[in-house]
Design a protein around this ligand. Structure first.
Ligand code: FAD
Ligand code: SF4
Length: 509
């Protein structure tokens, strides 16, 4: 029998245990809801722009326990409905309240392999925290993301201090000999590939992740900067996935270094494609090819390399006394503009064609950018980049916009104000207007959509080839860490069920 214990049937998450009843009785709802939300301690903006240290400093034990008390342990928790990986939110938070931090991590580990990452970069305000009952009381929701981060960080620190390897909770180790020997290949080591790999390894499959680059983690490593997501945090979570038995092969670009047929020859019976959306999108305006105009990829890969002291780190960028404009207002744009300040830029601007309320970046990122002195040129759209006598970028022409009717995304469309064009001096432009999917070479044509994505069934992640599944940005287009992870988890469940069916049919036959 498959020993993998489905999270829903795990006693670790049951609300009816004695200890949870006792905790609920210990404080009244009125007492809990009168506690103010504990705010995340942060490095002051005037100091943090001079360094690359993580801005959010994490909750102390006492702060975490205090915040955990606010959670009402709801019988029908709205928070869980908003979590794409279905974290057992009240179960882990109540473990924090009773100071059982290792159990809190065990609970989280049932559903996520990246709690320290998600606790830092997920847009909780649009997901779990948006579903928290406190919103109905017009009070700030329980700080679920900050508590998730606390649990992961606390356990990582304890394991470091006490000298043992990555903390792998016992429940996560339950592998079934049932699937032992079935080889599964994962293409891409970003959040989607990691979530899929972790869940398959827990079920007992023999999983190998192939990564094109020389480092693991996808955008978590080469996109999101250290001041939002320290690389040692990502490394520690990847080490936990490796502890589950997942093997990693770096510097292998499937479709180029190694073909799909080779994967089959090596005995891989299932393939999960999670190659992300790494192709930069351009606006197609005059001057986009000038020296001084960069894509977010070129710029952030260099920035992150500089801060990881590897061979690429020789290519140190400095923007001292430079004026930098970042085009777009998503998370990538906020990271890029805040990185510019840390590289010494004299002026760092966001240029965005809609208004502030339509900006897609996480609220916290926008707040941090404002505090750090970023200028926001909202309702402005670049129409041309201009060169000086040496052919290098020196200015940009910006069209003023106003908002019209909502478009298909529900956001009000920007409309040009006739004749309202201004010229602004600039030394570097970073274009962050989105990414396109990055399918592997040699992928069968029938699996590709017209937009370059991989076509799969929404629920299972299964493609029209029964052994090939896909998820994350390669299926959705540029999205979020947690949506990519949710895809990985659903595909793992579906692929495993397909193998179970094949095996039980073979046994019966
Ligand atoms: C700068 C930046 C900041 C962001 N900030 C946030 C944030 O704050 N919060 C948030 O939720 N989301 C954020 N995102 C989005 C988020 O990072 C992505 O949605 C998420 O990483 C997608 O995960 P993925 O696993 O699908 O792909 P990726 O993370 O892109 O990983 C894909 C991996 O596949 C590898 N690969 C590609 N082709 C091949 C091949 N042929 N063979 C082998 N390997 C291959 C790539 O090298 C890469 O490592 C940000 C994105 C960027 C670029
Ligand atoms: S909805 Fe809010 S209060 Fe209720 S269980 Fe979830 S986090 Fe706790």
């Amino acid at each position: 029998m498959n020993a993998y214990q489905h999270p829903e049937t795990n006693p670790l998450v049951s609300r009816d245990t004695r200890w949870r009843e006792e905790l609920r009785e210990r404080m009244s709802t009125r007492e809990r809801t009168s506690l103010p939300r504990v705010e995340m301690p942060e490095i002051p903006s005037e100091y943090r722009v001079k360094c690359n240290d993580e801005v959010n400093q994490g909750l102390s034990i006492e702060q975490a326990v205090l915040e955990a008390r606010r959670c009402l342990d709801c019988p029908d928790p709205g928070c869980m409905k908003g979590c794409p990986v279905a974290n057992h939110i009240p179960a882990f938070i109540k473990n924090v309240e009773r100071r059982h931090f290792a159990e809190a991590l065990e609970v989280l580990s049932l559903t996520t392999v990246l709690p320290a990452v998600c606790g830092r970069v997920c847009p909780q305000e649009k997901q779990c925290e948006a579903g928290c009952i406190y919103n109905k009381m017009k009070k700030p929701p329980v700080a679920i993301g900050n508590l998730e981060r606390f649990v992961a960080d606390f356990n990582r620190e304890v394991s470091r201090q006490e000298g043992y390897g990555p903390v792998v909770p016992t429940v996560s180790k339950i592998a079934s000999p049932f699937f032992g020997g079935i080889r599964i290949a994962v293409i891409g080591s970003g959040p989607s590939g990691l979530a899929f790999a972790g869940d398959m390894a827990k079920r007992g499959y023999d999983v190998t992740v192939f990564e094109a680059l020389d480092r693991l983690g996808g955008v978590l490593k080469y996109g999101i900067p250290e001041f939002c997501l320290p690389k040692d945090v990502v490394n520690a979570e990847i080490a936990r996935v490796a502890e589950l038995g997942v093997k990693f092969v770096k510097n292998t670009c499937v479709g180029i270094t190694m073909g799909f047929d080779e994967l089959q020859e090596q005995g891989f019976k299932g393939i999960f494609i999670a190659t992300g959306a790494g192709k930069p999108r351009f606006m197609g305006i005059p001057g986009e090819n000038l020296p001084g105009v960069m894509t977010a990829n070129e710029y952030l890969i260099r920035y992150n390399a500089k801060n990881t002291d590897d061979i690429y780190g020789q290519n140190v960028m400095t923007l001292r006394r430079k004026r930098v404009a970042v085009i777009g207002a998503g998370n990538t744009a906020m990271d890029a503009v805040r990185a510019a300040l840390r590289l010494g830029a004299e002026k760092a601007m966001i240029v965005y064609r809609r208004s502030a309320s339509e900006m897609p970046a996480r609220e916290e990122e926008v707040r941090h950018a404002r505090e750090e002195g970023v200028e926001f040129l909202t309702l402005h759209n670049p129409v041309e980049y201009l060169a000086d006598e040496n052919g290098t970028l020196c200015a940009m022409r910006l069209q003023r916009m106003e908002l019209g009717e909502p478009d298909e995304s529900g956001r009000r469309s920007p409309i040009e104000i006739p004749g309202a064009v201004e010229t602004v001096d600039v030394d570097l432009v970073v274009v962050c207007v989105g990414y396109l999917p990055n399918p592997p070479e040699q992928l069968p044509d029938q699996l590709r959509s017209r937009q370059g994505k991989i076509k799969v069934d929404d629920e299972s992640g299964k493609s029209s080839r029964p052994s090939i599944y896909a998820g994350g940005d390669i299926v959705r287009g540029a999205a979020t860490v947690i949506l990519a992870m949710g895809d990985g988890r659903r595909a793992a469940k579906a692929m495993s069920e397909a193998f179970e069916e094949i095996i039980s049919n073979t046994t019966l036959g």
